[in-house]
Each structure stands twice: as C-alpha cells, then as structure tokens.
Design a protein around this ligand. Structure first.
Ligand code: GDP
Ligand code: MG
Length: 160
C-alpha cells in the first residue's frame, strides 16, 4: 500500500453491514450501498444470502433473552439479506451514524433508518456496534475466500 497511509492504518476498522430482508424486498439495496460508497468506505465483501436460523441466532446471541428474540430471528430469516464488509477509518462508529437510531422513530432525517424505515422491527439495516464485533460478525457471515482486500484509487483523497 501507499507509504503515506501508514500513519492512519491503526484507525482502519472493519464493519459488518447487512441489508435486512425488508430492505431487499423494498428495493433499497442500491440506495443503501450508495450511502456507504459515497461516504468513502471501502467494500471488501458483498453477497446476497438466505440466512439459516442457527446463524441468525448466533449473530444476535446477546439478545436471546429478549421477548422479541423469536420475532427477530423470523424477520432476519424471512428472505435474503445482503451481507457486506466495509473497511475504513472509523467505519464502525461512522456507519452507526449513517444508519441512525435502532427505532426509526428516533432516527434523524438523513440517516438510513430516519429516511427509509418506520418501526424497530423493520429497520432495514444492521451495523456492527464495535470494532471487535465488526471482526466477529465478518468472520461469522463470510468465508475467507469471499473477502477481497483492495486499495481504491480515491484513498489518498479520503485519508491524509
Ligand atoms: P441495532 O444495533 O441498532 O440494530 O439494535 P440492537 O442491537 O439493540 O437490536 C438488534 C435488532 O433487534 C434491531 O435492529 C431490531 O431489528 C431488533 N430489535 C431491537 N429491539 C427490538 C424491539 O423492541 N422489538 C422488535 N420487534 N425488534 C427489536
Ligand atoms: Mg446491535
């Protein structure tokens, strides 16, 4: 990679972003991917995928005691999702801002959920909540050969 990027490499994180079945069904795939592309993040993994129940349960295992957990698993497995890995400086926190609050009612206009969703149970997109969870979730949803490391030509124009 380019030597002038070395200083910023520590800040480079990975986030697992997923367009949920409602986002796919509503034809929002292009719109949602565009928002991350235009922000300047680097797409390193992308696939359309029908999620098995066991994987949904593992992904959301921290929520398994919640009353809505069975509904959440039904929702996530109700149709194909778009699985994505995005890389970039501060991508985890930044993606959470682009996505907006969990409940679309509280999500600011301009965010994905603020602009495109109305209810928590149909909030169109997932984003990792920490860099460690970003790594964990990417490893959970992707096999190694499915990820691509590449340098975008625009990188020197995004990171000083
Ligand atoms: P997120 O990180 O903003 O996605 O929110 P959480 O990690 O707290 O919850 C994960 C997902 O579970 C949310 O995005 C919703 O799809 C779902 N969820 C959370 N809370 C509720 C709830 O009270 N009711 C329902 N139906 N789904 C919920
Ligand atoms: Mg979460």
């Amino acid at each position: 990679f380019l030597p002038h990027l070395v200083a910023s490499m520590e800040e480079v994180e990975q986030s697992y972003i997923m367009i949920k079945p409602d986002g796919v069904q509503r034809g929002l795939v292009g719109e949602i991917i565009s928002r991350f592309e235009r922000k300047g993040f680097n797409l390193t993994g992308l696939k359309l995928f029908q999620c098995p129940k066991e994987l949904a349960q593992e992904h959301y295992k921290d929520l398994q005691s919640k009353p809505f957990f069975p509904k959440l698993i039904d929702y996530i497995t109700s149709g194909p999702v778009v699985c994505m890995a995005w890389k970039g400086v501060g991508v985890v926190a930044s993606a959470r801002k682009l996505i907006g609050a969990t409940n679309p009612l509280n999500a600011e206009p301009g965010t994905i959920r603020g602009d495109l969703a109305v209810q928590t149970g149909r909030n169109v997109v997932h984003g990792s909540d920490s860099p460690d969870n970003g790594k964990r979730e990417i490893a959970l949803w992707f096999k190694e050969g499915e990820l691509c490391a590449w340098a975008a030509v625009q990188e020197p124009w995004l990171v000083e």
